[in-house]
Design a protein around this ligand. Structure first.
Ligand code: IVH
Length: 721
């Protein structure tokens, strides 16, 4: 950046500098917003922008079409495509004590007692290996070639991060050796070594960048990059330890070996890195001895681990022992004790959320817990501060928390830090019991604990009754309204909403849509506000106008009615078809003495949600806010288009195998919108089977019945999406 005063620049110099500034600011925006890796300090960034603004003011005719003043940061990282795992990615049950581990082994012995009695040589062996503290990934290989890699996601559907995974040196693009199944999902942990973490931290300290919290989060941030080059620059590693689908060319199951131990050895043969600290043994004592051994090595391994995983070795026995909910019975994670530190509780702040919940937050004298500086801890609710848990039982031996107390803070894995204990000996003599506010700190309205009608108990959460007059709730509501999964207004994020609310430009959702008109008449135009410019303001107004006809389901969700999430929003949209209809029925129910008899029964919507909808419409201010909003916004009617020209109307469709472009529920909703009937199993009545990779028995049945089979891509072609 030139030091020359703006008024001494020639036109040519100004033009050249504006070009350089546009480039530098764009690069900084990408580094900051898309890559989570700022390359310059905030102060330097601001200086660039200020210089740019000064130049543009002095030389208005030189303002570039790609002027940085027109952009409010770089576009956020867009969603990754979804990938359905061929076999769900499970989690593990935990063991926290030696006894939990001996119990696990005893349970196995009991379950397989008959085998032991029948066969004196029957061996019940277990493997033990470190539990890597990273992120799990699933890598799909077809005929030995890496074709798709995904995050765990919710266990059934993850995100497609293939290109990023390809940059990891430990992940082979082609399997080595031979004997691998035609299709196999290799699973394992992506992690960052301590050395690499330190390198990044040092670099960012030198050049001014973001604060990396710990290797795990940094690895996660590095993997969920839109730009694989950034991932590549981060040097991540991968340990292979499990697998999902494993099939031969005909789609029949083909486990690569008979035991856990051998399979992991095969992973090594195929070119993966496997953890060297894996053992196999029959004895619980040896499992525990291995745990202790790993624990002593923990600090010098060079990467984070958070426990030891024990798995039953034989796959046939695993299959027989089976699963509970989302975890196998045949494996268990023996966790290391959580990391703790002692510090002082310096204050308790109350945060007010969108639904008015008053959440206490502990302010702590900063302390390092397991390598992370902790300054805040969640306190959940007022009972928690008093030493009463959710079920009414005492926690911390019933000891309350007071400002000034010396407390033990614990951080376990991803969990928000908790205060687990109070050192009573150190309590200052003048420490006072904490008095939880009964009025909202943001608006002064009364804050109450509602009676839960079902349990007859007081709700553990105290809520502000101010609703729309409460600035904290209003701002949180606005943030929710404009959010990506709701109205999705580009350029109107948390920061802008907070600022506009503070300036009184936007107080209620309807104000968003009158902003342009009001700004035109206003003396204090938005384009003159710091951080904005003519172009960025125009862009924002255009983005707002572009959302004047939102989809009905999103619109209902955006209203922020308590307990109405995206799924419920969609159910309501489908049921009522139009906002007018929904409003009329909900309002009538709210005004009726027995609203539940008026409001229709809708599958998937229970009493809590119905009560909550009625409570929303019983409040005149909410109805007024909605009506004002509807003057500006016209949600599209939700049409179940059984379009005559839809080629799948009236047909019975079955989806099977891994769908890659949509989730199963999206696929179903889409087919139904197009007038098709979606069935769960294939029969002679089925018209079309949409089969993704990994399709098994349904595909065979379809072929037997001569049912037409198409791929996911062909499905999209056919329905014209
Ligand atoms: S086995 C069906 N082995 O722990 C069992 N998991 O709490 C599948 N993890 O999501 C998991 N190291 O991300 C297994 N050696 C290891 C592991 C491991 C880390 C993670 C994995 C999983 C989580 C479950």
């Amino acid at each position: 950046m030139s030091q020359k005063p703006v008024d001494q620049l020639s036109e040519d110099e100004a033009r050249a500098e504006l070009a350089a500034l546009a480039k530098a600011i764009a690069a900084a925006d990408i580094a900051y917003h898309q890559n989570d890796a700022p390359e310059i300090t905030d102060a330097d960034y601001d200086a660039l922008r200020q210089r740019n603004a000064a130049l543009e003011e002095a030389f208005p005719e030189l303002v570039r079409t790609d002027s940085p003043s027109g952009a409010v940061g770089a576009a956020p990282v867009e969603g990754f495509a979804k990938v359905r795992h061929g076999v769900p990615m499970l989690s593990l049950s935990n063991a926290f004590s030696d006894e939990d581990v001996t119990d696990f082994v005893a349970r196995a012995k009991k379950f397989f007692m008959a085998d032991t009695l029948r066969d004196p040589d029957f061996k019940l062996e277990f493997t033990a290996e470190p539990k890597i503290d990273g992120l799990s990934a699933s890598l799909r290989y077809e005929n030995g070639v890496f074709v798709k890699g995904a995050t765990r996601g919710d266990g059934s559907v993850g995100e497609d991060i293939t290109e990023n995974l390809k940059t990891i040196g430990d992940i082979p693009h082609r399997l080595k050796g031979s004997g691998w199944p035609a299709v196999i999902e290799i699973r394992g942990e992506v992690y960052m070594t301590h050395a690499e973490f330190k390198r990044l931290k040092d670099h960012s300290a030198k050049f001014g960048g973001q604060d990396y919290v710990n290797p795990r989060n940094t690895a996660a941030g590095s993997l969920r990059q839109k730009n694989p080059e950034i991932t590549a620059s981060r040097n991540l590693n991968f340990f292979a330890y499990a697998w999902g689908i494993a099939e031969d060319a005909e789609g029949n199951p083909q486990p690569p070996a008979a035991t856990q131990h051998e399979i992991v050895q095969k992973f090594g043969d195929w070119g993966f890195v496997t953890n060297p600290l894996m053992i196999r043994t029959e004895s619980a004592d040896e499992l525990l001895a291995h745990y202790r051994m790993i624990e002593t090595q923990r600090a010098t391994l060079g990467y984070d681990i958070d426990g030891v995983v024990y798995k039953l070795d034989r796959l046939d026995l695993q299959a027989r022992w089976g699963f509970v909910a989302r975890a196998p019975r045949w494996a268990i994670a023996h966790k290391f004790p959580a990391e703790q530190a002692t510090t002082i509780l310096t204050g308790i702040d109350i945060q007010v959320g969108r639904t008015g919940a008053l959440t206490p937050v502990a302010r702590l004298q900063p302390v390092t817990v397991g390598g992370v500086v902790v300054e805040n801890a969640t306190l959940h609710n007022e009972d928690y501060i008093k030493g009463i848990g959710n079920n009414g039982e005492p926690i911390r031996n019933g000891v309350d928390l007071r400002v000034g107390d010396t407390v033990i803070v614990q951080r376990a894995g991803d969990v928000i830090p908790q205060i687990v204990d109070v050192v009573l000996d150190k309590r200052p003599a003048d420490a006072q019991p904490y008095v939880f506010p009964h009025i909202c700190p943001a608006c002064g309205s009364e804050a109450v604990r509602e009676l839960n009608e079902k349990t007859g108990k007081l709700d553990s959460v105290r809520r502000c009754t101010g609703e729309l007059i409460c600035p904290a709730q209003a701002v949180e509501n606005l943030k929710h309204f404009v959010a990506r999964d709701a109205m999705d207004i580009d350029g109107l994020g948390d920061k802008q909403v907070t600022q506009f609310y503070a300036e009184g430009r936007i107080v209620r959702p309807a104000d968003i849509f009158t902003l342009r008109a009001r700004d035109e008449r206003s003396m204090k135009k938005l384009k003159d506000v710091e951080g904005f410019g003519a172009t960025s303001v125009k862009k924002l107004f255009d983005a707002i106008d572009a959302r004047r006809e939102p989809e009905l389901d999103r619109f209902i969700y955006a209203l922020g009615i308590r307990h109405v999430g995206e799924t419920t929003g969609a159910l309501l949209a489908k049921e009522f078809g139009s906002i007018e209809n929904f409003r009329a029925v909900a309002l009538a129910a709210a005004q009726h003495e027995d609203g539940h008899s008026v409001f229709p029964q809708i599958g998937g919507i229970g009493e809590t949600v119905r009560s909550s909808i009625m409570a929303f419409f019983a409040n005149e201010r909410n109805v007024q806010a909605l009506d004002d909003l509807l003057v500006e916004v016209k949600p599209k009617p939700y049409v179940v288009t059984i379009s005559a020209d839809s080629v799948v109307a009236g047909k019975t469709v079955v989806f099977t195998g891994a769908l890659e472009k949509m989730t199963r529920s999206e696929a179903k909703a889409m087919a139904e919108r197009l007038g098709a009937k979606v069935a769960g199993s294939v029969s002679a009545k089925t018209d079309i089977l949409v089969a993704g990779p990994g399709a098994g028995s349904k595909l065979k049945t379809a072929e037997q019945h001569g049912v037409e089979v198409i791929s996911e891509d062909e499905w999209f072609e056919r329905v014209g999406r």
